[in-house]
Design a protein around this ligand. Structure first.
Ligand code: CAA
Length: 259
């Protein structure tokens, strides 16, 4: 069935797919249906050999203005518990291929949290990041208090979460939340360019590298180092390692096959 709230573009660059959030009238508010479609699309792309990196964007005005407030407003705690909307996010967290967020305009609440679930963030000069849940009488629920704090540190995270203040793309860049700020007309093409660069590497090494970097967030240094070393050794079982090192010695570009 065709998705209703997202658009999937294949091969926007070699081995790069692009998913666009597409509820423009609601500033891409993340209702349950959109998140379900996003989860299913990401799972399908994760299993597709023709995809090595994924770009996730909204439109120029909004990446996403958060979870759908209208859908949540009347719910009871037990409704929320039963719906368990964040289990979708747990699945997205397990996607092995790198996801690059291309952000322009609002990335608020769940929208900001979704960018932080991605592996890198390219933003336009007009991008605004914020966790305004406090103004609704709640707090971030999809990782905002945790991932934001790890990314920008306690002082700024606490301020954003307690006051709901939006930060600009430049402030987000300075704080280490995002990778780069580009002119608005380039936010998508620059994200695709970055994804294409990643997609030109060995896809097995890329997946193991992502896994190892993410391990740093929920392990001790000792456990993380052990995990990294295992993945490093394991990559010597791949044809791509032989090809990469051979190509270096022959002074040519490697041709990675993902084997
Ligand atoms: N949920 C549902 N609808 C939303 C929405 C959201 N999060 N954000 C915007 N919309 C809707 C608006 O209701 C409006 O619809 P109508 O035309 O039917 O009234 C439409 O999108 C356009 O929005 P605005 O008219 O408000 O546009 P604006 O340019 O004046 O303001 C804005 C833009 C500052 C982003 C404002 O829309 C806003 O504050 N949105 C809510 C942001 C927010 O609080 N996000 C957190 C949600 S809770 C959450 O995400 C929990 C979590 O941790 C997962």
């Amino acid at each position: 069935m065709q998705p209703q709230f997202i658009i999937i573009h294949h091969q926007v660059a070699p081995f790069v797919a692009h998913i666009q959030l597409n509820r423009p009238k609601e500033l891409n508010a993340l209702n349950l249906e959109l998140m379900g479609e996003l989860r299913d699309a990401l799972k399908a792309l994760d299993a597709d050999d023709q995809v090595r990196a994924i770009v996730l964007s909204g439109n120029e005005k909004a990446f996403a203005a958060g979870a759908d407030i209208k859908q949540m407003a009347g719910k009871t705690a037990i409704d929320m518990y039963n719906i368990d909307q964040f289990s979708t996010w747990d699945t997205i967290k397990k996607i092995k291929k790198p996801i690059i967020a291309a952000v322009s305009g609002f990335a608020l609440g769940g929208g900001c949290e979704l960018t932080m679930l991605c592996d890198m963030i390219v933003a336009s000069e007009t991008a605004r990041f914020g966790q305004p849940e406090i103004k609704l009488g709640v707090i971030p629920g999809a990782g905002g208090t945790q991932r934001l704090t790890r990314a920008v540190g306690k002082a700024l995270a606490m301020e954003m979460v307690l006051t709901g203040r939006f930060i600009t793309a430049h402030e987000a860049h300075k704080a280490g939340l995002i990778n780069r700020v580009v002119p608005t007309e380039l936010f998508l093409s620059e994200a695709i360019k970055l994804a294409a660069e990643v997609a030109s590497m060995s896809p097995i090494a890329i997946k193991m590298a992502k896994e190892a970097v993410l391990k740093a967030f929920d392990s001790t240094l000792e456990e993380g180092l052990h995990f990294e070393r295992k993945n490093f050794y394991l990559l010597f079982a791949s044809e791509d390692q032989k090809e990469g090192m051979q190509a270096f010695m022959e002074k040519r570009t490697p041709d990675f096959k993902g084997r």
